[in-house]
Write a protein that binds this ligand. Structure first.
Ligand SMILES: Nc1ncnc2c1ncn2[C@@H]1O[C@H](COP(=O)(O)OP(=O)(O)OP(=O)(O)O)[C@@H](O)[C@H]1O
Ligand SMILES: [Mg+2]
Length: 256
């Protein structure tokens, strides 16, 4: 039996006296779209930061394709096939869209995904291949027309797609997306949902989706995991989670 692509087990992360993650455990399988939801401050972004190597939890285990990633530098985690986007756009505003997407390769390069290839005599050929992949991703995300535009001059909704393209360079097996629908208009949200489902279905990309837009979560995710105060309070099919009393209470609690 093969192990799940992502296996999070009893992860604990504290900032001083604040317990940001209080032992959640869950898994994500290849090609599965799992929603990670919960009220503001529940620990969703902190969990992403632990998986991608930005934060180091005090205890627990996070395995990607069977390899422990706690304590592993972030470029090494990327080279294991983990791509991510950021809650607040992590783009270079003075560079072009294409340069921003290529920056995804630079991240991965240092870790080894392209490094071995780049160390070979055919560097130029490899760079051409990376550029070709970047162009393909721009096309797939309807960004070809803005490839040479300076990122800082483009609308927010377009930049969210640029960030997605960058995270997809190098074909990650696991994609972590943090509030991709935030700031998008409804038609863009629908398009985003279709893009995520196509990635999972066509490329077998596993996706962990942090999102407050419940319509997107309900229509896109195979399964949903709910955090509250760093704890896992519910897990299951989207429709079941949506009517779980503990989940409703957690959301009402923050609204009040
Ligand atoms: N670098 C940090 N230093 C100190 N506290 C932090 C840090 N990062 C997160 N926290 C705290 O950890 C808790 C969880 O934050 P986190 O950003 O993971 O929540 P979230 O679920 O992503 O919330 P939101 O939906 O608002 O984005 C919060 O109380 C937050 O203030
Ligand atoms: Mg967050």
């Amino acid at each position: 039996m093969s192990s799940p692509l992502l296996q999070v087990a009893e992860v604990r992360l504290a900032f001083g006296g604040l317990q940001a993650l209080d032992g959640p455990s869950f898994t994500v399988a290849d090609g599965e779209i799992v929603g990670l939801i919960g009220p503001n401050g529940a620990g969703k972004t902190s969990l992403f930061n632990c998986v991608s190597g930005l934060y180091r939890p005090q205890s627990g285990s996070i395995r990607v394709a069977g390899t422990e990633v706690i304590g592993v530098p972030r470029h090494r985690v990327a080279s294991l096939g983990v791509g991510r986007t950021f809650q607040n756009l992590g783009l270079f505003s003075t560079q072009t869209v294409l340069e921003n997407v290529l920056a995804g390769a630079y991240h991965v390069t240092r870790g080894g995904y392209w490094a071995s290839a780049l160390a070979l005599p055919g560097v130029a050929r490899t760079e051409a291949r990376v550029r070709a992949e970047a162009r393909e991703l721009l096309s797939a995300l309807s960004l070809s027309g803005v490839a040479d535009r300076i990122a800082g001059t483009l609308p927010f909704g377009t930049l969210k797609r640029v960030e997605l393209a960058r995270a997809l360079l190098g074909s990650p097996r696991l994609l972590l997306v943090d509030e991709p629908a935030n700031g998008l208009i409804q038609s863009e949200v629908a398009e985003l949902g279709a893009t995520l489902r196509a990635l999972a279905a066509d490329r077998g990309t596993a996706i962990l989706l942090v999102e407050h837009h419940m319509g997107l979560v309900m229509s896109t995710c195979d399964r949903v995991v709910v955090l509250d105060f760093g704890r896992l309070i519910a897990e299951g099919a989207p429709a079941d989670v949506a009517r779980d009393p503990a989940v409703i209470t957690a959301y009402l609690g923050t609204a009040a």
